[in-house]
Every structure is written in structure tokens, then in C-alpha cells.
Design a protein around this ligand. Structure first.
Ligand code: NAD
Ligand code: DAU
Length: 353
């Protein structure tokens, strides 16, 4: 088959990556979509079982830290565009073991940039390297204000420092070698397929199994939640309409204190599981805080909204309900995850709290 473009999506077997891969495979049959993923604990090909046989979809098990594997991948496919999502993504894991974050998030990104540089050379017409990043690079806000595209970087965890480093490298390669690059920084995502180490799916799983819901500190930290399909639609828009050299902030304008979010989730779960209202709230357990816990994230996404016309769709209660429904329907997906190494992870992370 003759494809108009070949696009590399890294980390496509993970949470956000799988939504992006599915969207691109379905919407752009004229593109050859190559998903390169190492399949770490967070990568799960089950997330993409429904598109496995599609003619424009290819999977390559690849470690982005492995230079030779990246060179071979680029030689095989000759990519026109890269959407780079592969990363170690969980803050708590970065606190207990930062090395992997330095390897994948920094070295892995440099390997991709070097491959692009050597393949695209001086003629980058029609090419784009799109780096997916996080709002955590901006650090932590107090009560007032929002992160904009010009907020100075001030990362506070090994995870956010490694992402900040990769953002700088992407922009530096763009500037120095004239590679067309775009970066977007997004707030907290939630939705189907998220690994249950992150707050919302972890709480859903615990509520379902009537286990304590661990809330760090006083539960007063604030996050700005965005439904994963909205992040995916923003990535699509930025990839096609974004301007090379630019940065776009993506966020839900949807700030919640952790404890209020958990209470809302408890109410939704009580109703879905036919439990008396108030039953799940009794599971809330305050535990030792995360070291260096960022207080508040809030994104100003007006540039993306005004310049490219993006807007998020479901309101939070609706998005949470869709998410809960997905987890209650996809019991096998969840069971397979929590029956593996997850139990060991959970004990290590939470038994001392
Ligand atoms: P995830 O942990 O669910 O998935 C990461 C994927 O990357 C997995 O499939 C994993 O197997 C793969 N991967 C890890 N190391 C790799 C390596 N060395 N080589 C190849 N593949 C590797 O992460 P996510 O939550 O889907 O996040 C995806 C991206 O979006 C990350 O870059 C993250 O920083 C960014 N981001 C996430 C959020 C969020 O709320 N989850 C918000 C903003 C930005
Ligand atoms: O802001 C974007 C970032 O959001 C992404 O870059 C990261 O990849 C993603 O993991 C997420 O980081 P957070 O640290 O904000 O997400 P997490 O789900 O781990 O935690 C959300 C909030 O809930 C945070 O304030 C810590 C708190 N928390 C988390 C867990 C896992 C708890 O209170 N209890 C928990 O058990």
C-alpha cells in the first residue's frame, strides 16, 4: 500500500499513547502509523487489541534508550513525523528510583533527536518532531495564577526534572540544527486504560475491592484534570496545525483538590455499585505525604484554544462516570494488571505510609 506519510508514535502501548495511536490509525488511513514501545510494566498491547489487524498500523517492540535499535527503526521506516510519548511517567516511582527516568526520558529523547537529525539532514520539508510533555516542568503554584507557555521551568521531582531536561533538548535541537519541533505541556490526564498506580484508577480499584483509599497528606493538593480523549484531540490538532518552534499548553480548566475529587468518585462508585451513599467515603485513609509534593497545578490553555480552536469536551462528572464505567466493564484488563507485579509495587509503595 502507498502511504502519504509514515509517522512514528513512541510509547503507544501506554495510557495516552494508546488513545493517540487509535485516533491516528482510524482518522488517517493514508498514514502508516508505527508504534514503537519497549512494553515496560506500563505498556500493554491489550490497549490496542481492537486495531491490531489494521493495514496502516505497525508495532515495533523497541527501547528508545537503545541507540542501535533506534537507528534500525529509522532505517526501516524513514519517518516523516515523530510524536514522542514514551517515558517513565509516575512521580512516586521517580522518587524511589530516578535512574530509569534519566535513561528513558533524557537519553531516550536524545537518541530520537539524533536519529531524526541524521535522517532528515538539512531538508526537513514536511517533517515534524512533536514532543509530548507535562505541566509539572513548571513546578508548583500557590493559590493564584496559571502556568502559561512562558512560565519559567522549576521542576521539583526527578520525573519532572527529567521531562524538563528533555523539553530543553528538543528545543535546543530545533534551534541549533533547524529541526522542526513542537512541544506541548499538558495537565493531569484521566480516562480508560490508565495504569492503576495513578490516583484515579488506583482509587477506583480500591473502592471496587473495598480497600483503603490512600490520600497523601491532607488531600489539599490541587490538580487540573483533563479527559484523555481531549489530550488526544489536542495532539492531533497540534501535529497538523501547530507552528514549528512553538509550545502549546493543554489543560482542562478543571481544578480539583484531591480530597474533593475522591469524594466525588466515591459517590459515583456508590451509585454504580448499588452501595448506600457514604459507604465508599469510609475507605478514605490519610497517609504520609509524597516527598516534595507539588501543591497546585493549573494550566492556561488559551493559546491553544484561540490559535488552533481546541476545546475539551466532557465535563468532569461525565468524564469520571465514563471512566468508572470503563473500569467496571473491563474487569479482565484490570485483573491481569493487579495480579502481576502490581501487588509487589503496591506493598512497597504503601506499606510504610
Ligand atoms: P504511561 O506510563 O502510561 O506509558 C508510557 C509508555 O512508554 C508505556 O507504554 C511504556 O512501555 C513506554 N516506555 C517506557 N519506557 C520506554 C522506553 N525506554 N522505550 C520505549 N518505550 C518506553 O504514560 P502516560 O501517562 O501515557 O504518559 C505518556 C506521555 O505523556 C509521557 O511522556 C508523559 O510524560 C506525558 N504526560 C502524561 C500525563 C498524564 O497525566 N499521564 C500528563 C501530561 C503529559
Ligand atoms: O500533571 C501532569 C502529570 O500528572 C503527568 O506528567 C504525570 O505523568 C502523571 O502521573 C500525573 O502526575 P501526578 O503526580 O499529579 O499524578 P498522580 O495520579 O500520581 O497523583 C495525583 C495527585 O494525587 C497528587 O497530588 C498525588 C495524589 N495521590 C496520588 C496517589 C497515587 C494520592 O493522594 N494518593 C495516591 O495513592
Amino acid at each position: 500500500m502507498n502511504f502519504k506519510k509514515t509517522i512514528l508514535i513512541t510509547g503507544g502501548a501506554g495510557f495516552i499513547g494508546s488513545h493517540v495511536v487509535r485516533r491516528f490509525v482510524a482518522r488517517y488511513p493514508e498514514y502508516r502509523i508505527v508504534n514503537a514501545d519497549k512494553l515496560t510494566y506500563a505498556g500493554n498491547l491489550e490497549n490496542l487489541a481492537d486495531i491490531e489487524g489494521r493495514e496502516n498500523y505497525f508495532f515495533e517492540r523497541t527501547d528508545i534508550v537503545d541507540k542501535k535499535a533506534i537507528a534500525d527503526l529509522f532505517a526501516k521506516y524513514r519517518f516523516d513525523g515523530v510524536i514522542h510519548l514514551a517515558a517513565e511517567s509516575h512521580v512516586d516511582r521517580s522518587i524511589s528510583g530516578p535512574d530509569e527516568f534519566v535513561q528513558t526520558n533524557i537519553i531516550g529523547t536524545v537518541n530520537l533527536l539524533n536519529a531524526v537529525r541524521s535522517q532528515w539532514g538539512s531538508d526537513c520539508t514536511g517533517k515534524l518532531f512533536y514532543h509530548i510533555s507535562t505541566d509539572e516542568v513548571f513546578g508548583s503554584l500557590s493559590k493564584e495564577g496559571y502556568f502559561t507557555e512562558t512560565t519559567p521551568y522549576d521542576p521539583k521531582s526527578p520525573y519532572s526534572a527529567s521531562k524538563a531536561s528533555s523539553d530543553h533538548l528538543v528545543r535546543a535541537y530545533g534551534h541549533t540544527y533547524n529541526i522542526p519541533v513542537v512541544v506541548s505541556n499538558c495537565s493531569n490526564n484521566y480516562g480508560p486504560n490508565q495504569f492503576p498506580e495513578k490516583l484515579i484508577p488506583l482509587a477506583i480499584n480500591n473502592i471496587k475491592n473495598q480497600k483503603p483509599i490512600p490520600v497523601y497528606g491532607k488531600g489539599e493538593n490541587i490538580r487540573d484534570w483533563l479527559y484523555v480523549e481531549d489530550h488526544s484531540s489536542a495532539i492531533d490538532l497540534i501535529f497538523h496545525k501547530g507552528k514549528a518552534g512553538e509550545t502549546y499548553n493543554i489543560g482542562g480548566n478543571n481544578e480539583w483538590k484531591n480530597i474533593d475529587l475522591i469524594r466525588l468518585l466515591c459517590r459515583i462508585m456508590d451509585s454504580k455499585l448499588d452501595r448506600l451513599e457514604g459507604t465508599s467515603e469510609k475507605l478514605i485513609t490519610y497517609v504520609k505525604d509524597r516527598p516534595g509534593h507539588d501543591q497546585r497545578y493549573a494550566i492556561d490553555s488559551s493559546k491553544l484554544q484561540n490559535e488552533l480552536g481546541w476545546s475539551p469536551i466532557p465535563d468532569f462528572a461525565k468524564g469520571l462516570e465514563l471512566t468508572v464505567d470503563w473500569y467496571l466493564r473491563n474487569t479482565q484488563w484490570l485483573e491481569r494488571i493487579i495480579s502481576g507485579d502490581y501487588e509487589k509495587y503496591y506493598d512497597t509503595m504503601y506499606s510504610g505510609r
